[in-house]
Design a protein around this ligand. Sequence first.
Ligand code: ADP
Length: 503
Amino acid sequence: MQDFQKNSDIFNLLSEGVSEGIIVVDAQQNVVATNTSTEQMFGYEKGELLGKPLDILIPKRYLANHSKHVNKFIANSDKRQMGHGRNLYGITKSGKEFPVEAGLNPFEFYGSTYVMALVIDITERKNKEEELSHWARIFDESLNEIFVFDAETFKFLNVNKEAQRNIGYSITEMYEMTPVDIKPEFNEENFKKLISPLLNNEIPKVKFETVHGRKDGSTYPVEVHLQLSELGKKKVFVAFILDITERKNYTENLEKKVEERTQQLTEALAVEKELNELKTRFLSLVSHEFKTPLSSILTSITLLGKYTQTDQQPKRDKHVATIKSKVKYLDTILTDFLSVERLESGKVNYKVEEFPLSKIVNEVVYNSNMLLKSGQQIHYPENIDELNINFDEKTLELALSNLIHNAIKYSPEDTTITIKVTLKDTNIIISVIDQGIGIPQEEQKHIFNRYFRAENALLTQGTGIGLNIAKQHMENLGGSLEFSSKIGVGSTFTLSIPNLKTS
Ligand code: ADP
């Protein structure tokens, strides 16, 4: 008995010195000894557990299984840890369950079998494990790609699922690779340069855009967020990668749209500006071009009123002629202006019909006669009496009268203006040839631009509209207007008329 006491004292001494809970149960699974750690762990008073069945320390739902287990265990007389691969739970006096790890040691004492259980409260460890597995899940399940690589060797240490999926390499393949292998825009040197501020702790994070190359050879644009971290004693880089294909597409589309819109706006603005300029030009032209003939008409009328004598008839005739010619001129430029307006607004109605060419030539020549300067004469074309053409009469009249008026205006006195009609293929060619001032070579390319007037024409009245509209009308009807000219020698303007068939 003394021995027993001694043993018991040693047991107490030892068992109080350890932090694990120690429970000794007899073959009936009644508690015969515990230490303070056990009592604290399960929330019992000192000695309170003695004589109690072990069952009260185990949650009810595990009981059935548990006694079977312990019995089998005792039968086998094993010494081992319990609950391998299973979660074991204890329950406190107040009913709170907590995870435990238990090791069982069966022993014989005075012919009876006992089991000593070593119990550890693993609540904290479990929490940590859960926390860790939670972080691991976040890492793995993140839809952002996460790459972890060694800060020294650059070799990948871990790559989450999404990254593996998108890049196409397996984790085993990636262990042998570095970020440079999947970044076609980088080599080792410039990659090192990029991350050196992180290694030197100069900045906490590097963010940049580049492309990633997949295993299948395709690439995708990415935004990389790189930072330094520690894995045990190892320095590692953690890279969060955002696949920005969609964002890029969106931005590119947006940029394209903005560019298009800007282009449209610029064009609209240019048109607006040109229209404004045309308007200003038009107003100044109208005021200038109308003012001069109107004031000369006014002068002639005033003088007419003064020539009351019968013998002053020649003077009256002269002024009447001036008035007629000025009115005619006004009428021409008004027609031109209106024609511009109609061309611009697309309101031109052509009427192609058959008529004798001579009808228009006669009319135009007749009307031009009063504009002729002294000694000027018009050579009428030969052999056109029988010539019928299919065309828009008004266009031909406008074009021809413009050409003849110009020939008169830009030629000095005593010169001849020749009208020539020839046939070429199915076209009728009408040329107006003058012996006038000609058009300077370097200005010839602008002659059909609206409002353009050559340097040597500026002393003569004009608007720079006539040739422009005549050419446009001619071309609208499939014809053409061309010219050749030599300064100081003369010009030839040529109308080509397709002999349109009336329908
Ligand atoms: P405008 O005669 O009213 O100025 P046009 O459009 O008829 O306008 O002619 C444009 C320009 O072409 C003239 O200003 C002139 O410089 C030049 N031009 C036209 N016809 C002739 C011509 N027969 N001889 C010399 N220059 C001409």
